[in-house]
Design a protein around this ligand. Structure first.
Ligand code: 4AD
Ligand code: MG
Length: 494
């Protein structure tokens, strides 16, 4: 049976023709003379209304037993003439002539009732939540953003490089990895010293799920020029926050001959372009989420309400230049800020500390009121591969601090860090020394160091957490609500 998507049908509105749509019943309303069915097929946030006249079966109308099966959640195909709608709320509707019920849904047991459910409840039924307006909107926007990412890089001369998911190295050196093994969990083979003998494991060595495709990305950049990865990334950090997942998707461009400044320019242009794409291609879904957020804001205290609506916030970000400043200058601002003086920060700030999200958000939301790119962080709080600056940091007053690296973090309102990246250390000696200092065996990464041995070049790259981008664009508050099936501590049901 041929059928049309509701999105297509509403766009073309072929009034007077007979059409078939297939989808899931959102609501059913009955009056004395007619039954009104709102049908959604996931192609759009909008539903189409089908109207079934009630009356005797002899008059060619649907028997009451069939109408009874059309309940919220049921999957049906509806055929009828498309007509101008009599009622308010829709311009066209289907005059129901026949219906096929693919799958009924017992209305007493179906968990999604036609009312607003809490996000917490919906997380417990993640297998069904894509059938709600909010989640289907998020998933369509997520798709559009993923497509925009590939389009951006393709349009700009980058090659998509598929980096491995199973690796033997820890790219970030943070040790937050999930082990991959086929050894027995209860009786693994042991070495003479009593340790697990990984030489007998599947890969003949210890392997993990990757925390980043960067190291392999660098190999690609130093051959193809400009590459990017876009794949699943895994971190076993036990952080139960609204910004962290154990499995998330990361986009990592890596470019030969780019220095820190070029890297910042690319990052800014890239995020603005993909956000603009979503604004242009997801109007209905973004408007729905914008209204949803406005409703939510109303229930907040006045001082906690945000000045900008979701759509205004997205427009604001694409039409303003990001602020760029060094870590050292940021520390100056933070140390002299009101919350620091009033001891309102949970973590103290001084040169050398890693910034907490409360500090990042103060800079972005209170001080600059714009996205911020922070650069030149202390070497000791960043990964081993970052290029070292020529001289230690100094501030405006001439005070000197420690060694810094050419790092950059892009900080967004409501999110904190959305991008982390750097220029890479291309000097073999400096890189090897740094690895030894932080306890990474240069022998184990011999292949990585080979790029510095043979034809080394200045290069740079960054990583964008895809879910943090989706979080920002959808205005949602919890990262677990912008990925279909979230993986977080104690959460891997679906
Ligand atoms: O800052 P990170 O750790 O940087 C890297 O992994 C580099 N290798 C990237 C590169 O230069 N190629 O992670 C990059 C981004 C963060 O800014 C954040 O947006 C996201 O990845 N991210 C997470 N997103 C969700 N859940 C987590 N647990 C995340 N950890 C990092
Ligand atoms: Mg980072």
């Amino acid at each position: 049976m041929s059928y049309q998507s509701i999105q297509q049908l509403l766009k073309t509105s072929p009034v007077g023709t007979t059409v078939t749509v297939k989808g899931w019943v959102r609501t059913k309303r009955e009056s004395k003379n007619a039954t009104f069915i709102a049908l959604n097929d996931g192609s759009t946030i909008n539903t189409i209304q089908a109207v079934a006249e009630r009356g005797p079966a002899e008059a060619g109308l649907l028997p009451e037993e069939t109408l009874k099966l059309i309940t919220t959640g049921a999957c049906v195909a509806i055929t009828g003439q498309l007509v101008e709608s009599q009622g308010a709320g829709q311009s066209v509707e289907i005059k129901l002539e026949s219906v096929h019920i693919y799958g009924p849904a017992d209305p007493d047991k179906y968990p999604l009732q036609p009312k607003r459910h809490s996000l917490e409840f919906l997380r417990e039924i993640a297998h069904l939540r894509p059938r709600t307006n909010t989640f289907s909107a998020i998933l369509r926007i997520r798709h559009a953003l993923a497509f925009a990412v590939h389009k951006y890089f393709n349009d700009n001369g980058f090659y998509y490089l598929h980096t491995p998911i199973i690796t033997a190295s820890d790219a970030e050196g943070a040790g937050e990895m999930f082990r991959v093994t086929t050894l027995s969990a209860t009786k693994p083979p042991l070495t003479e010293e009593g340790k697990v003998d990984y030489s007998q494991d599947f890969f003949g060595r210890e392997t993990n799920l990757t925390v980043s495709g960067q190291l392999e990305g660098e190999l690609g950049a130093l051959a193809l020029g400009k590459v990017y990865t876009f794949g699943p990334t895994f971190r076993a950090e036990n952080s139960n926050t609204t910004r962290h997942l154990a499995e998330f998707w990361m986009i990592e461009p890596e470019m030969a001959f780019y220095e820190l400044e070029d890297n910042m320019n690319l990052a800014e242009d890239f995020v603005k372009t993909v956000i603009r794409y979503a604004l242009q291609h997801c109007e209905d879904d973004l408007t729905f989420l914008d209204n949803r957020l406005k409703e939510e804001e109303k229930s907040k205290k006045k001082e906690e309400q945000s000045d900008l609506s979701l759509l205004e916030k997205l427009q604001f970000v694409i039409s303003n230049e990001f602020v760029r400043l060094t870590y050292t200058d940021a520390i100056d601002i933070l140390a002299n800020s009101k919350p620091a003086k009033k001891k309102q920060f949970q973590y103290e700030v001084s040169w050398g500390v890693d910034l907490q999200s409360e500090h990042e958000r103060y800079l972005v939301e209170k001080h600059f009121k714009k996205p911020v790119i922070l650069t030149n962080y202390p070497r000791d709080i960043k990964a081993f591969y970052m290029k070292q600056d020529d001289a230690p940091a100094t501030n405006e007053r001439g005070e000197t601090f420690g060694q810094t690296v050419r790092a950059m973090d892009v900080l967004f309102p409501g999110i904190g860090e959305i991008i982390g990246g750097s220029q890479r250390e291309d000097d073999l000696d400096k890189l090897t020394t740094r690895m030894q200092e932080v306890g990474i065996d240069p022998e184990a990464l011999w292949w990585y160091l080979d790029t510095r041995r043979f034809g080394s070049a200045p290069h740079a790259g960054f990583g964008l957490g895809f879910e943090r981008l989706v979080l920002f664009v959808t205005g949602m508050g919890n990262i677990r609500d912008v990925i279909p099936f979230p993986r977080a501590p104690k959460q891997a049901e679906f």
